[in-house]
Design a protein around this ligand. Structure first.
Ligand code: HEC
Length: 150
């Protein structure tokens, strides 16, 4: 093989390497975007009546009340640790602020239209809208307390 042909092959080899690594960068970017959409953002408190919610020690009585409401109003669409019609709810406070969660329960229709995390979830869950269950604030807070125990 003379030198010129050798150089030609060598440059083809390097150009392919370069293209390959560009391809990899593209997929990296895509994944980062996805992470951003579902980004853990505790400063996002959602849209609704709950402006501040600080959790204290777990209130067992409230958990029991919340568990009963959860069983009758949420289990059609949610399971604790697997995807159903909606996301699994275990560890919800590791990815969402408590205010965001309770506002979603009280005001899902508006949140799904305007809140960036809720909008991304809606897209991911095939545009199935979480229903407004007309929960009272007390009921929503009881369910929120129950979800701390999952
Ligand atoms: C009709 C089915 C349905 C019912 C009933 C329902 N949900 Fe949902 N839920 C969803 C879907 C679907 C999503 C994802 C967002 C979307 O597409 O609306 C969701 C999202 C959520 C989220 C956000 C999860 C995350 O990862 O950020 C929480 C929290 C939640 N639901 C809690 C509840 C609770 C508590 C109840 C009962 C009071 C309930 N949901 C009732 C379908 C439902």
């Amino acid at each position: 093989m003379n030198n010129i042909i050798f150089m030609k092959y060598l440059s083809i080899f390097f150009v392919s390497l370069l293209l390959l690594s560009c391809g990899e960068n593209k997929t990296d970017k895509k994944n980062t975007n996805l992470d951003k959409e579902f980004g853990v953002d505790f400063s996002n408190k959602g849209i609704g009546p709950i402006k501040e919610l600080k959790f204290d020690e777990i209130d067992e009585e409230l958990v029991q009340k919340g568990a009963a409401a959860y069983r009758s109003k949420c289990t059609a669409c949610h399971a604790i640790d697997k995807k159903l019609i909606g996301p699994a709810l275990k560890g919800i406070y590791k990815r969402r602020s408590p205010e965001w969660v309770v506002n979603l329960l009280l005001n899902p229709t508006e949140m799904l239209k305007k809140d960036p995390i809720a909008m991304a979830l809606l897209k991911e869950y095939n545009n199935i809208m979480m229903l407004n269950q007309n929960l009272s604030e007390d009921e929503a807070l009881a369910i929120a307390e129950f979800m701390r125990t999952l």
